[in-house]
Design a protein around this ligand. Structure first.
Ligand code: C2E
Ligand code: CA
Ligand code: CA
Ligand code: CA
Length: 281
């Protein structure tokens, strides 16, 4: 029995060791990939519930890895968060996504009412240079500030400090709006949401996915929608995959929908085609 215990311990240790090696490898590869421009944004369309038109895009990071090919955030974000590389990655995605959106706004007649949302890691929020970095990106890409929204997860809005409050104030003064992401998962209070200067709340996919089959999820979607509206916020439901979910969300009165039922995240070329089609009516 003793021997078995030792073996178990060894097995456990080896897995830990492999995991550590694996993340070290990924960390090295992210560092090498940044100057090689291996990271770029995909764009997931967001649609208006009212007129079914394209309303904007969410930028989502993708990695074109030289050996392993096309990689998604689950293979990037955890290591990037652990190592602090997320700060640089987020800024690359912000820059690139703003660059594309800015070009579309200049190219297509009515594209100036489209919004672009970009994810901001919680760890960015208290970086003293965040507001300045964003301002530089806005100036360099020439994106109109009011077309840009930054998404911050609900769990991050609860951990406010002096530095993050100052960043949020400066971001607001630039005319950039904020969205609270993954709402419903972070246990924030009504007061916390009210104090947070966001114009949009995004209902987490976990509730949308289950709303047609699970009554509690449906009630959470209803409650978050009502809460958002009572604070004069727009409400986006994410992860919409079925017509049934869409009908429920329309009935509830959500403002915007995003999900595989409409479109998956796509290349800038495909996103641009949608912008072009929209401008042609
Ligand atoms: P998120 O911000 O909640 O983004 C939505 C995620 O849900 C995206 O996954 C999107 O592809 C996926 N999704 C959208 N509609 C559907 C649907 O109908 N069904 C299903 N099953 N999934 C759907 P993705 O691109 O893999 O990103 C995962 C997460 O990684 C994001 O969740 C976000 O938290 C994080 N992330 C992505 N890009 C960035 C980035 O540039 N910076 C930071 N800090 N985080 C990012
Ligand atoms: Ca998001
Ligand atoms: Ca989300
Ligand atoms: Ca999410």
């Amino acid at each position: 029995a003793k021997e078995q215990g030792v073996n178990k311990f060894k097995v456990f240790n080896k897995t830990m060791h492999e995991k550590a090696l694996q993340s070290l490898l990924i960390e090295t590869e992210i560092r090498q990939g940044i100057p090689e421009n291996e990271f770029f944004p995909y764009f997931q369309p967001v649609y208006s519930m009212q007129n079914r038109n394209l309303a904007g895009f969410e930028a989502l990071v993708r990695w074109n890895h030289p050996e392993r090919g096309f990689l998604t955030p689950d293979q990037i974000i955890p290591v990037a968060e652990e190592t602090g590389l997320i700060v640089e990655l987020d800024r690359i995605i912000l820059f690139e996504a703003c660059r594309f959106m800015s070009a579309w706004i200049r190219l297509y007649p009515n594209a100036n009412d489209l919004f672009l949302t970009v994810n901001l890691s919680p760890s960015q929020l208290s970086k003293p240079d965040l507001a300045e970095a964003i301002e530089t990106i806005v100036q360099e890409t020439k994106i109109p500030a009011d077309n840009l929204k930054l998404e911050i997860t609900e769990s991050a809005i609860m951990e406010r400090n002096a530095a993050s409050s100052l960043n949020l104030k400066k971001i607001g003064e630039m005319g950039i709006r904020l969205a609270v992401d993954d709402f419903g998962t972070g246990y924030s209070s009504l007061a916390q949401l009210q104090r947070f200067p966001a114009s949009t709340v995004k209902i987490d996919r976990s509730f949308v996915s289950h709303m047609a089959s699970d009554h509690e999820s449906l009630e959470i979607v209803r409650a978050v929608n009502a809460l958002g509206h009572s604070l004069s916020m727009d409400v986006i439901a994410e992860g919409v995959e079925t017509r049934e979910q869409l009908i429920l969300l329309k009935d509830i009165g959500c403002d915007y929908v995003q999900g595989y039922y409409f479109d998956k995240p796509q290349t800038n070329e495909d996103a641009e085609k949608l912008v072009k089609m929209r401008s042609e009516g």
